[in-house]
Ligand binder design. Structure first.
Ligand SMILES: Cc1cc2nc3c(=O)[nH]c(=O)nc-3n(C[C@H](O)[C@H](O)[C@H](O)COP(=O)(O)O)c2cc1C
Length: 186
């Protein structure tokens, strides 16, 4: 059987990125099942904001994505959706519309999001819209990873994190209303 190449796209602009760490683990899983893999780290790609002209670096990025049989996307959850940097990378797939077949036709895409809070599925849902717009197929099993900071600390929620959660409107232990701040950002 022919080998299926899997390309991972994701991470954040942070030096230590939990969404990149999750993506690395997923790619290791693909590699251990015999697939050749390649990682496209959003921070390393250092893509400019989308403009209609195509720089050489973006052409290579496009080629790597286009040559893959399957993709794994991993974005942090930023304000209830994917990060701007991740969305910008997807916008740079626009030139693939001129190829035959166009965009991500025939490619399957696995979806991961990593959230500070508990709402990671929102980014996965946004990614699913993008997969469809780019004519790909999202795999049914998606992976929204919640409470990234707690995971980084080996399962222990920090004092600051507990305070932030308690301050969220609707939290059982916190005030019902609070101006500013984020509910999910622990
Ligand atoms: C601008 C910004 C917005 C964020 N918005 C949310 C949010 O709406 N919900 C949430 O659960 N976490 C939110 N977070 C926390 C990130 O999802 C979390 O820290 C994640 O692990 C970051 O991924 P990274 O380590 O790959 O950078 C936000 C973080 C930033 C910097």
């Amino acid at each position: 059987m022919a080998e299926l190449k899997i390309v991972g796209l994701g991470g954040s602009l942070a030096e230590k990125s939990s969404s990149l760490a999750a993506l690395r683990i997923a790619l290791e899983g693909a590699a251990s099942n015999g697939a050749p893999t390649e990682l496209l780290d959003i921070r390393e790609l250092d893509l400019p904001m989308y403009v209609p002209d195509l720089p050489e670096a973006v052409r290579r990025f496009n080629d790597t994505i286009y040559e893959a049989d399957g993709l794994i996307w991993s974005s942090p959850l930023y304000h209830g959706t994917v990060s701007g940097a991740f969305k910008n990378a997807l916008d740079w797939l626009n030139p693939l519309g001129r190829r035959e077949p166009a965009y991500l036709t025939h490619k399957v895409i696995g979806l991961i999001s990593v959230a500070g809070g508990t709402q990671g599925l929102q980014a996965v849902n946004t990614m699913e819209f993008c997969v469809r717009a780019l004519r790909g197929w999202a795999v049914p099993l998606v992976l929204p990873i919640p409470r990234a900071a707690r995971l980084r600390r080996g399962g222990q929620a920090s004092r600051r994190g507990r305070k932030a959660r308690a301050a969220c409107p609707g939290s059982r232990s916190g005030p019902r209303r609070r101006s500013g701040g984020s509910c999910d950002d622990v």
